[in-house]
Design a protein around this ligand. Structure first.
Ligand SMILES: *Cc1c(COP(=O)(O)O)cnc(C)c1O
Length: 360
């Protein structure tokens, strides 16, 4: 059987390692500050009276509610099984396997490259500069790409992109590629959204999700905002029923005015906690903050990265090791959690330095 499987396995999958999601890496633990989830679990109502019917492919109530929330037209929105499905749909729709390429700017979100590889699409990399700004000249000098992925705020550096630079990139690829701006964390840095520029730039695509600020990672609901022609093309490829009925019901409630108000308050609280957490970390021995804090996490470097990570894991405090990413040697990323969790994180790190004497 193993021989059969390996003889049939697609060539492009032989070397591929599955995405190491936070959930796959650690299943135990008590404090999950490793997946940029919200510390809030809000409650919703479910009406099962339509569960015997297939759901609509694009539930109109959800599409309209998101369009209104994002300030775009209904025909500029497609909803998917998380933003991750949006990434994969874009690649499957606009890149021919074995032939086309995407462009990414590492260190960045891992799923762009993984989705491309599973589709046998090439990945061209233009690393961010040392200060985590885009290397615009190098991006613009890259040819033969169909999709350019730019994450802003970027995971895991927490940095955003300069608007003049992004405009330059969108213009450069106006006739040759879609520029996909991943705004998974935009609620934490609202004024920088590109949603209001969609109508101006037909090759601009924006990814959004309910997984982060909306506190619904378990729902699996995301949105791709784009020119209606791009949306129509994605509709050719999307599964017939990507949004289960309970997901549509919950998404609609989350996007109600009441839901949006709640998210606004939770974002304010998380942003407030983030400042405290960043300040407390910066005060600890050997720790240096890295990047920026425009999302719901903080990134920091310490020469004792591996031992600290091990210490935290052994105490059920899970954060994310980013040290294998380009330019992020010795870096750890901690999601901003509840006040109690953030305090516990700081006291565990303080304890680690006190015990190990690793303060030099
Ligand atoms: C979490 C995350 C996503 C995935 O969002 P889902 O909607 O949960 O699939 C996409 N992009 C970035 C940058 C993320 O951090």
């Amino acid at each position: 059987m193993a021989d059969l499987v390996s003889s049939l396995l697609n060539d492009n999958l032989v070397a591929l390692k599955p995405y190491e999601s936070a959930r796959r890496l650690f299943s135990g633990g008590q404090d999950w500050l490793n997946a940029n989830e919200s510390p809030y679990a809000n409650t919703y109502n479910i009406d099962s009276s339509r569960f015997n019917r297939y759901p609509s492919c694009q539930p109109q109530s959800v599409v309209s509610a998101y369009a209104a929330y994002a300030g775009v037209d209904d025909n500029q929105v497609i909803t998917t099984r998380g933003a991750d499905e949006g990434i994969e749909l874009l690649i499957r729709t606009f890149c021919t396997p074995g032939q086309d390429n995407i462009l990414i700017c590492p260190p960045t979100y891992g799923m762009y490259a993984i989705s491309a590889q599973t589709c046998d699409v090439g990945v061209k990399k233009v690393p961010l500069r040392d200060d985590f700004t885009l290397d615009v000249e190098a991006v613009c000098a890259t040819s033969d790409v169909n999709l350019v992925f730019i994450c802003a705020p970027n995971n895991p550096t927490g940095t955003t992109v300069n608007s003049a630079q992004l405009t330059q990139i969108i213009d450069r690829f106006a006739d040759s590629a879609l520029v996909v701006v991943d705004e998974a964390y935009i609620e934490f840095d609202k004024q920088y959204s590109w949603a209001d520029k969609l109508s101006q730039y037909p090759n601009l695509v924006i990814l959004r999700t309910l997984s982060k600020a909306f506190a619904l990672a378990g729902l699996r609901c995301g949105f791709t905002l784009a020119h209606p022609h791009v949306v129509e093309s994605l509709m050719k490829v999307i599964a017939p029923y990507p949004i289960p009925e309970p997901v549509a019901q919950i998404a609609e409630q989350a996007l109600s005015l009441e839901g949006q108000t709640k998210v606004g308050q939770q974002v304010d609280f998380i942003n407030h906690e983030k400042k405290q957490l960043a300040a407390a970390l910066a005060d600890l021995p050997t720790i240096e903050l890295v990047g920026d804090t425009r999302a719901n996490f903080v990134l920091f470097r310490t020469p004792h990265c591996a031992e600290l990570m091990e210490y935290l894991v052994s105490h059920g405090m899970l954060i994310r090791d980013q040290s294998k990413q380009v330019n992020l040697h010795n870096c750890l990323r901690a999601t901003v959690g509840s006040e109690t969790q953030n305090k516990r994180l700081i006291s565990l790190i303080t304890e680690f330095f006190n015990q190990s004497g690793a303060s030099a």
